[in-house]
Write a protein that binds this ligand. Structure first.
Ligand code: CIR
Length: 260
């Protein structure tokens, strides 16, 4: 199977204040001990897929700090640091940057009034999808497009603001490699998405559309048997991971690492 290869990932374990993270999920408070175990298994799965991990220490001033994906977009040319849409998360950028800039060159930063969360950016080889959401605005998306287009990326902006229930583009959309995308049913008919080779997830399993392809492995959230069987049938080496505590904070597999 063919997909972009990664060699490294940056992760940050949940902090002692994790339960105070932002959420609209209404799934109850997360359990820190369970979250730590789930995070460890996630890290082990990344390592098993061939990635060398840089583990950023948890910082208690950042309850959402484990969702490192939102603070940077890492390309082959370097890192673009974001200006997250949630003001309380903006301090995370400098914190992660202090670690990430020892690993990859800095390419750019998203500047206000632009806002952008990394969870709204889906990289699919020479194509990049950017979601407009409550977190990523048009100015932020336009800045990122201006940075990536000269690198040869074809940009597609997807307006998700009318779609209820999706925090980020990648909450319901993932590049699986091999030209395929996983997609939540709520966005499968959007014009920018409908023509793609889609694996549309059943409504009851919509959360599992946030899959992550890492080299030869495809990570999905456990507890989604229909999607798991379908992906195995397509030939993917699926690894299912428990994500319950991160889901309670509107997070999932992709948000927990920066992969490059
Ligand atoms: C937030 O609302 O910002 C966090 N509780 C969850 C962020 C999840 N990140 C992602 O989907 N990329």
């Amino acid at each position: 199977m063919d997909a972009a290869r990664f060699t490294r990932a940056v992760v940050c374990r949940p902090s002692s204040t994790f339960a105070a993270g932002i959420t609209k999920a209404q799934l109850g408070p997360p359990d820190l001990t369970v979250a730590e175990t789930q995070h460890e298994r996630y890290c082990a799965a990344l390592q098993h897929a061939g990635l060398r991990l840089t583990r950023i220490p948890a910082a208690e001033e950042f309850p959402d700090g484990c969702f490192v994906e939102d603070v940077a977009v890492v390309t082959r040319a370097g890192a673009i640091y974001t200006h997250p849409g949630a003001p309380v998360r903006r301090g995370e950028v400098g914190y992660v940057r202090g670690w990430l800039e020892t690993l990859v060159p800095t390419l750019a930063t998203i500047e206000p009034p632009g806002t952008l969360d990394g969870g709204d950016v889906c990289d699919a080889e020479d194509r990049t999808f950017i979601g407009l959401t409550a977190r990523t605005n048009e100015a932020g998306a336009a800045q990122l497009a201006r940075i990536l287009e000269p690198l040869g990326q074809h940009m597609t902006i997807v307006d998700l603001r009318p779609v209820p229930g999706l925090l980020h583009l990648k909450s319901g959309f993932a590049f699986l490699g091999d030209g395929r995308f996983a997609c939540a049913p709520a966005i499968a008919t959007l014009p920018e998405i409908a023509g793609l080779p889609l694996v549309t997830v059943e409504p009851d399993e919509a959360y599992a559309a946030n899959a992550v392809r890492v080299n030869d492995v495809l990570l999905i959230a456990s507890g989604h048997p229909l999607l798991e069987a379908r992906l195995r049938g397509l030939g993917y080496d699926v690894v299912a991971l428990a994500m319950s505590e991160f889901r309670k904070l509107d997070g999932g597999l992709s948000c927990l690492s920066l992969r490059f």
